[in-house]
Ligand binder design. Structure first.
Ligand SMILES: Cc1cc2nc3c(=O)[nH]c(=O)nc-3n(C[C@H](O)[C@H](O)[C@H](O)COP(=O)(O)OP(=O)(O)OC[C@H]3O[C@@H](n4cnc5c(N)ncnc54)[C@H](O)[C@@H]3O)c2cc1C
Length: 561
């Protein structure tokens, strides 16, 4: 493999993991002599004999190594001891990937190569200082780490193996969780994949136990809950439950991640609690085209991944698959209750729990959730409906995006709306794309009245409510995008909510002088889609999450009278 010395790096927006030049040169860059010299000041030089282990899959919080001489081999190891060398890293290269910014378990192993090796070992706290104090080196490291994770995902290296029927709701649930948490996964579809049978035999698994997740060196997890899976993969950060955080951000959508970046970068001890995965609703968008700075659009997953790394770079903690179920709001510091029975204490709270899509009001739809009825249209769902007709229900921008995206792979997309058209509810650029596409048709004044199918969805009936005429078509998937409900069940009784359940803030909550994001409780703020009257957009959520931190500071450190 070619190696490249560090050149002046391209701007962040140009990071394109599909460009082979960028991929190799920026994934495994060599620091200049001068950079190595500067980085060395943050750690200590060590001589290591050949084949010395330096880190192992499953470790947490390992050190960062810059190689001065010799090499460090990065490898995977199967349960039977078979070693697969992924890449040797040589002089002036460095080890690590995204896990160095957080406390997750690492995915691969490292050992010194066949020759004696000299390294600079930099401990975790000093690594963070290095990244923040030497921005040119920090940028190279950050870029390399993101690309290394992209590479692991693309090549299924360090991956969990998910075995199940691709169309089953539980297989999709687990695959979505892994993908949205940027965890490499290889899916073996038991209906299609020739290897699947061997796997099942090897682990003595029956079809009834599917889906299962197989991790090297561990028992197979049979249809685990998301929390159990997150714990087994080590992707939830451990934290000391006795700590009183300056600010706890609830929800890691765009608004919560923005709040975490600003709070942590301004020195507040910050933790983000997220029930599923970073990105929120935006994380399920195939392409966000109206977010400033990304003229060709950016997928929600990529945006969320970058924001997460940015927050963690500044020292924010992120606990995923940890749902907040309640809040003791009469005691200060506040106590947030988690679904696993634990609790977290906070001097201030930023609520950024957003919203979720409403369910379809059609008899029997629950039976098809995850196997014909979906609430997101990402590459994963698009694969499930290749060469079939699908329906998108809804007239908002998310429905428009989904229709355009799905029309690339699905045979035909029917967009169903109750109203007379899209103009009043959808951005014009999407309305125009839908109108021009031969593979999308718009059904106005229509609603779904019947679903059919044995294991998965196979046909749908909709009715034109002007004429009463019914249409029945073979359809493999419905994408329901019909407005959102706030995720505020857990604050009920503590904060003032509006008639639809969104959190009331600012003057309406009696806290107007403090901040437009202040709720009816001191030190508790709400930002993004969960806030009553908010504009439901990525940019507005990010804006609110960024500026609320000023109010948090004022609350924690009131100006002297
Ligand atoms: C498919 C789709 C496409 C979209 N496209 C665009 C677009 O192109 N441009 C645009 O500007 N906007 C778009 N939007 C809207 C945009 O995504 C939202 O406005 C934005 O994500 C709101 O951000 P948020 O952080 O306020 O909330 P959310 O994104 O809803 O995030 C809330 C987070 O909180 C977590 N959470 C909820 N309850 C709890 C709890 N009790 N404990 C812990 N965590 C919890 C959730 O899991 C979630 O991760 C789109 C939305 C969708 C669904």
């Amino acid at each position: 493999m070619a190696r490249a010395d560090v050149e002046p790096t391209r701007p962040e927006g140009d990071l394109d993991p599909t460009d082979p030049w960028q991929r190799e040169a920026q994934t495994f860059p060599r620091l200049s002599e001068e950079m190595v010299e500067r980085a060395s000041r943050y750690g200590g030089a060590e001589e290591l004999p050949p084949h010395t282990p330096v880190f192992s899959r499953g470790d947490r919080g390992r050190d960062f190594f810059v190689i001065l001489e010799g090499s460090i081999e990065i490898f995977e190891q199967d349960d039977d001891g078979t070693v697969r060398l992924l890449r040797p890293q040589i002089a002036r290269e460095f080890t690590g990937e995204l896990d160095l910014f957080n406390d997750r378990m690492i995915l691969v192993n490292g050992r010194t190569g066949p020759a004696p090796t000299r390294v600079v070992r930099i401990e975790r706290a000093d690594f963070r200082r290095l990244v923040q104090s030497e921005p040119d080196i920090g940028e190279i490291i950050m870029r390399a780490f993101i690309l290394r994770r992209v590479g692991l995902i693309r090549h299924g290296q360090g991956a969990a193996v998910l075995i199940g029927q691709a169309h089953s709701a539980d297989t999709l649930r687990l695959q979505q969780f892994l993908t949205r948490n940027a965890y490499p996964v290889r899916v073996l579809d038991t209906e299609q994949d020739a290897d699947a049978e061997g796997f099942l035999e090897c682990f003595s698994l029956t079809a009834a136990e599917l889906p299962v997740i197989v991790l090297p060196g561990r028992h197979a997890l049979r249809n685990p809950s998301l929390a159990a899976l997150a714990d087994a993969l080590g992707i939830t950060e451990d934290f000391d439950h006795a700590t009183v955080f300056d600010v706890v951000v609830v929800g890691a959508g765009p608004a919560g991640l923005a709040a975490a970046v600003y709070a942590a970068s301004e020195g507040l001890q910050t933790i983000v609690l997220e029930s599923i995965a970073p990105g929120g609703q935006a994380g399920t968008s195939s392409k966000i085209e109206n977010y400033l700075g990304f003229p060709t659009g950016i997928s929600g997953e990529a945006l969320a991944g970058r924001a997460q790394v940015q927050a963690q770079k500044f020292g924010a903690r992120l606990a995923v698959s940890r749902e907040v179920t309640g809040i003791d709001c009469d005691d200060l510091p506040y106590r947030l209750k988690l679904d696993d029975g634990a609790s977290v204490r906070a001097r201030a709270i930023v609520i950024a729990t957003g919203a979720r899509y409403r369910k379809l009001d059609v008899a029997g739809f629950e039976r098809f959730e995850g196997q014909g009825v979906y609430y997101a249209a990402t590459a994963m769902e698009a694969k499930l409906c290749e060469a079939a007709d699908v329906i998108v229900v809804g007239g908002g921008n998310s429905a428009g995006q989904a229709a355009v995206f799905l029309s690339r792979t699905c045979r035909h997309v029917h967009v169903l709306v109750r109203g007379p058209g899209l103009a009043a509810t959808m951005s014009d650029y999407l309305v125009q794309r839908i109108a021009r596409s031969k593979r999308i048709s718009l059904q106005v004044h229509s609603e779904i009245v019947g679903l059919e199918g044995e294991q998965g969805l196979s046909a749908v009936t909709w009715r034109d409510h002007r004429s009463g005429a019914e249409t029945n078509k073979p359809v493999s998937a419905i994408f329901a995008m019909i407005g959102a409900e706030p995720n505020t069940g857990w604050v009920d009784g503590c904060l003032e909510l509006d008639a639809k359940g969104f959190v009331v803030t600012g003057a309406a909550a009696g806290q107007g002088a403090d901040s437009p994001y202040a709720t009816s409780r001191p030190g508790v703020y709400a930002v993004g889609d969960v806030r009553s009257g908010s504009v439901k957009r990525v940019a507005s959520g990010v804006g609110e999450g960024s500026v609320v931190v000023q109010a948090v500071h004022r609350f924690l450190h009131p100006p002297e009278a």
